[in-house]
Design a protein around this ligand. Structure first.
Ligand code: HEM
Length: 591
């Protein structure tokens, strides 16, 4: 009988989902959850599944930070969701031992294997200790900076140069995902997938990773009976998940083998200078015996470590950077302030000079802008816990044993009680003290990196990486949002943008500014190369040409350069070679 009721429940869940999915396409309800007979609050959730973060936030604001969600007759569908900082402090720190990830989390995030995100107790403690030792190793920091800078120079800048020369649009979110995917591969295995190149190649294992993320989010959102049925029938998202999982595992195991071979060959030539410090090399050394890289039985745990790190480091950083550049592109005053700060702290003779991590830390306004981005768009929008024992939250709500608990980091950034009446405004200034330092906000209020014993171990590393990228792009490019491009969060475990971030980048003039180049080199050939390059880039943009013309014209006259000679001998061939575009004689004459 129980089995029959169970299957009936599954069938009803299935029907409900499809009927409500259909309604959802035609309706966009923002109403607060209603508790219906039999189906509980599921209809509201399903109707709002396309705007789940806003819906959750509306509910939490209305219910003063705690909602007891009822899933009707569907087994395992009740949970408590909160955005109240005192509850968050209680769950993540004060009563940490009572709130574990729980069996539901284990099932939903099954592809992560036995890595740090799914582990508990002593296994988790040992894994965290290892991760922290890697993150705090100076060699790892150096390798991280080296990989990031090289990816900027050899990956990101060439793609943006190509795109800006052609005057076309680019999806910055895709570029950042490719960027962090390549860098995380280098940091973990010492192997570059080279997904960030001008051709933007289709990388099957990268796509597989995205597919897995989407399927896991459906598991997270839907009643267990629903996705279990899909899994059993091997249809829909569950079929997609299985296929993607196989592809991604193939990539992980191949990378592990390749990395092992690299380490073996390096260990045979000890005179060669150690230039990489990868997580894999640290792990193998940690397992005892710096040179025993052949042991195959650690492959599974290496796979799980690697998967966790790719999951941790790829999408979080790329999602944060995407929302950050959306704010920068739509707030010119913020872009100007960041640029002024870079000029003040990192400019030398009109050029961006090589800078240290300490100098990156001095970019207070940039740091504040990143924090403000993380407040409103935390890359990990929810955290999931299960209460081992019955408990009472500081808000007074009863928590029966085994209750599923969700913390909405997304909603926490939108609570008046935490951030004031202007909480929906993007204001980096709120992070800066009167003394010009970064304001300390306790992690139970600003929880983008989680709080308590399980807080993110990659926080420092993320800021270093994001700042290197932000400085390079803001210095070199003007990024304009494509008009009418819709910007909205995607349904996923990570807060991506649903339609990507379409921008038209153009050279800022700072990479090879004709003015700077002319004044620095006093009209010699390299100045002409710089000038011709800029002209080739700007030639399709008459306004820029006109703006530049009077100033550059004066400089050229002062430098005594024969324009007609330039045009024939240097500018035209160079422009043709570099951009395929070149300015008309009239425009050059204006210059
Ligand atoms: C903007 C970037 C990042 C954000 C917002 C972020 C956020 C978070 C959050 C919310 C958690 C808790 C997840 C949970 O308990 O389920 C977490 C944990 C973790 N993060 Fe990050 N993360 C970022 C970047 C990174 C990077 C780059 C790495 C390293 C490659 C990393 C490594 C980890 C690890 C290993 C944990 C597990 C800690 C534990 O369970 O003890 N994170 N992160």
């Amino acid at each position: 009988m129980a089995i029959l009721v169970g299957y009936l429940g599954v069938v009803v869940a299935f029907l409900c989902f499809f009927v409500l999915s259909y309604w959802m396409k035609n309706k966009n309800s923002s109403s607060i959850s209603r508790d219906w007979p039999i189906v509980g609050m599921l209809p509201g959730l399903l109707l709002n599944v396309g705007r789940v973060h806003e819906y959750t936030t509306d509910n939490l604001i209305y219910l003063s930070g705690v909602q007891e969600f009822k899933g009707g007759w569907f087994p395992n569908s009740d949970f408590v969701i909160t955005s109240d900082p005192m509850n968050v402090h209680h769950i993540l720190t004060k009563n940490f031992a009572n709130y574990t990830k729980g069996s539901d989390f284990q099932e939903v995030f099954e592809p992560l294997g036995d890595g740090i995100f799914r582990s508990e107790s002593d296994v988790w403690k040992a894994q965290r200790k290892f991760m922290l030792s890697v993150m705090h190793d100076k060699r790892f920091e150096l390798f991280l900076k080296k990989c990031t800078r090289q990816k900027v120079e050899k990956g990101l800048i060439p793609v943006l140069e190509h795109v800006s020369k052609l005057g076309i649009q680019v999806d910055l979110q895709e570029l950042f995902q490719r960027f962090t995917f390549d860098v995380v591969g280098l940091l973990v295995f010492g192997i570059d997938s080279n997904s960030l190149s001008v051709e933007l190649p289709l990388i099957p294992h990268e796509k597989a990773f995205d597919d897995m993320e989407e399927a896991v989010f459906i598991r997270y959102l839907m009643p267990k009976s629903y996705w279990k049925l899909l899994k059993w029938l091997q249809i829909g998202e569950e079929k997609k998940l299985k296929e993607a999982w196989e592809i991604f595992d193939r990539f992980l195991y191949q990378s592990i083998s390749a990395a092992r071979e690299k380490l073996i060959s390096r260990s045979k030539s000890p005179l060669e200078e150690e230039e990489e410090f990868t997580v894999l090399s640290a792990f193998l050394a940690d397992q005892g015996g710096q040179t025993d890289y052949t042991c195959e039985n650690s492959n599974k745990i290496l796979r799980d470590h690697a998967f966790s790190l790719v999951a941790a480091g790829r999408d979080t950083v790329s999602a944060c950077l995407t929302w950050f550049f959306w704010f920068v592109a739509t707030n010119p005053s913020i872009e100007t302030k960041i640029l002024e700060e870079i000029k003040e702290k990192l400019q030398e003779n009109g050029k961006l000079r090589f800078f240290s991590t300490e100098e990156l830390n001095s970019l207070v306004y940039l740091h504040a802008t990143l924090c403000e981005t993380l407040r409103l768009y935390p890359p990990v929008p929810f955290n999931h816990k299960t209460a081992l024992e019955a408990d009472v939250l500081p808000s007074g709500h009863q928590v029966p044993q085994n209750t599923k608990m969700l913390i909405s980091f997304y909603s926490m950034g939108r609570m008046h009680e935490i951030w004031g009446q202007d909480c929906l405004e993007f204001k980096p200034e709120r992070w800066i003290t009167k003394q010009g330092r970064i304001m300390h906000v306790p992690s139970y209020k600003f929880s983008a990196f989680n709080a308590g014993p399980r807080s993110c171990v990659g926080k420092e590393m993320s800021f270093i990486q994001m700042k290197i990228i932000a400085v390079a792009l803001i210095w070199n490019y003007r990024l304009q949002l494509v008009e009418g491009h819709p910007v909205t969060p995607k349904n996923s475990v990570v807060l991506h943008m649903k339609y990507g971030l379409k921008l038209s980048p153009s050279l800022n003039g700072r990479l090879l500014s004709p003015l700077e180049a002319l004044s620095l080199s006093n009209g010699n050939l390299s100045a002409l190369v710089a000038l011709s390059f800029s002209v080739s880039v700007f030639s399709s943009r008459m306004n820029t040409i006109t703006e530049l013309s009077s100033i550059v014209g004066a400089k050229l006259t002062a430098c005594n350069i024969d324009l007609e000679l330039c045009y024939g001998s240097v500018l035209r061939p160079l422009c043709l070679k570099i951009g395929g575009q070149y300015p008309s004689m009239r425009r050059v004459w204006m210059l």
